[in-house]
Design a binder for this molecule. Structure first.
Ligand code: NAI
Length: 462
């Protein structure tokens, strides 16, 4: 029986990053992963492949809608769907092989198969049992199911099936206006599919800043995506490769039905902990089926830790990575820490949407005094030169101390620019600190500085 300092179960962004940090800190480390490739949902069927399709279809959109205006003439590109999927698979392959290389470089053993924990300090993979001073559960999440809607991953799909449809559907119904629904809805909308998003709530992207929600939905509508809001999906039937979705409008209980060639179920994800043997170990779970942990990511059983989508908090790859690093440091006797107040969230549509920290709604609910600095991309030269001047940057700062409490961006490269504000928040910066920082001209990032200026004496270009 091989003996390890740490065995991590799950090779996604939480697990593989944790494994690398453990190895870097001198711990004898193994990582259990049952897929044929490392990287988990994010690299194989999530973040990375969807970004490949978003990138490719954004280029198509640019060619079809903006090239002529910029004086670029010639035949508008058509779509070779098989090749686009091959490009996506190539990107996945490069990334998953990269992690395999990092495992070899850091001398991490990849235990291939699905792991169970027969007892504290032991991990079983297939017929073999391994000893581990510490076990880290990083098994991630799976799509949540919806009553009355049976997924076959062909006509009725989750995000996994939506990344490998045999052909581009003519009509698609997306259930859920969350991140997955809007990113993948955008992909197919750009490919010419008629996309209808059906959402239970009255606003898209729950939890996001209200002003961003409204602007984002208006832009998506303009791009051609249709929305049915305040609608509870009742069921979905499939006949001869066509799906039929029925929903009830919450405001008047009226029932509606619409047909589509493909239905994407994007109503959230749930922790994946099946087959680990948690019940027998007596590991405590939360009411929402997550693994309960203490402030040091330890479960109710000493020596067994849990991170990522399987535990409470936002289901984001980078949140899992942060926890993976922090738990590795704790195991190595250091002081691992995650600042949950500064975890950015990004939606990779065009324009991109990015946020960090408090929203106006959350500050109001807490009764906190705040001020708002807002700058429209219309006033940004670089954005105009890039035909990407929709959207804004909004910074929220404490009304008394000027300390930055949150930021909400919708616009070009928002997912990159948000980090300037994250760094500022990590350093406890005031909006004035950003406003006093020289920003290169012409850049999209100048809009961040202008929003910071707007928290004080006013932006220059508005
Ligand atoms: P989500 O929780 O973001 O959104 C689900 C939406 O479905 C909600 O708006 C909800 O109100 C709606 N809904 C639920 N039941 C419904 C029903 N019966 N009828 C109509 N609407 C209904 O979940 P999503 O988009 O599936 O994403 C899952 C997780 O993956 C999220 O935590 C998300 O943050 C993460 N993710 C993050 C990405 C990123 O950071 N760019 C990309 C993709 C996923």
């Amino acid at each position: 029986m091989a003996q390890y300092d740490v065995i991590i179960i799950g090779g996604g962004p939480g697990g593989y990053v944790c494994a690398i940090r453990c190895a870097q800190l001198g711990l004898k480390t193994a990582c259990v992963e049952g897929r044929d490739t490392l990287g988990g949902t994010c690299l194989n069927v999530g973040c990375i492949p969807s970004k490949a399709l978003l990138h490719a279809t954004h280029q198509l959109h640019e060619a079809r809608h903006n090239f002529a205006r910029m004086g670029l003439k010639g035949k508008t590109p058509g779509v070779d769907w098989k090749q686009m999927l091959a490009f996506k698979d190539e990107v996945i392959g490069q990334n998953t092989k990269g992690i395999e290389y990092l495992f070899k470089k850091n001398k991490i053993d990849w235990l291939k198969g699905w792991g169970t924990i027969p007892a504290p300090g032991r991990v079983r993979v297939g017929e073999e049992e391994h000893g581990a001073r510490n076990i880290v559960i990083a098994t991630g999440s799976e799509p949540a199911t919806l009553p009355g809607v049976e997924v076959d991953e062909k006509t009725v799909v989750t995000s996994t099936g939506a990344l490998e449809l045999s052909k581009i559907p003519k009509r698609m119904i997306v259930i859920g206006a969350g991140v997955i629904g809007l990113e993948l809805g955008s992909v197919y909308n750009r490919l010419g599919t008629e996309v209808t998003v059906i959402e239970y709530l009255d606003t898209i992207t729950p939890g996001m800043d209200g002003e961003v929600q409204k602007t984002f939905q208006r832009i998506l509508r303009k791009q051609g995506i249709k929305f049915v809001m305040g609608a509870a999906v009742q069921g979905c039937s499939v006949a001869k490769g066509k799906a039929s979705v029925t929903w009830k409008l919450r405001k008047n209980d009226s029932e509606h039905t619409q047909e589509a060639d493909c239905v994407l179920v994007a109503t959230g994800r749930k922790p994946f902990t099946d087959g680990l043997g948690l019940d027998a170990l007596g590991i405590k779970m939360t009411e929402r089926g997550q693994i309960a942990i203490d402030a040091g990511w330890q479960t109710s059983v000493p020596g067994i830790f849990a991170i990522g989508d399987a535990v409470p908090g936002p289901m984001l790859a980078h949140k899992a990575e942060e926890e993976g690093i922090a738990v590795a440091e704790r195991i190595a006797g250091r002081h691992g820490h995650v600042n949950y107040g500064v975890i950015p969230g990004v939606i990779y549509t065009a324009p991109e949407v990015a946020s960090v920290g408090e929203t106006e709604e959350s500050l109001k609910a807490q009764g906190r005094a705040y001020k708002t600095g807002k700058f429209m991309f219309m006033g940004n030269g670089r954005a105009k030169a890039s035909l990407a001047s929709e959207g804004f940057v909004k910074i929220l700062a404490d009304r008394e101390t000027d300390r930055i409490l949150g930021a909400h961006l919708i616009g070009p490269a928002a997912g990159e620019m948000i980090h300037e504000i994250c760094v500022a928040m990590e350093f406890g910066a005031a909006a004035e600190d950003l406003a006093l920082t020289c920003h290169a001209h012409p850049t999209f990032s100048e809009a961040v500085r202008e929003a910071a200026l707007a928290c004080g004496d006013g932006a220059i270009h508005s």
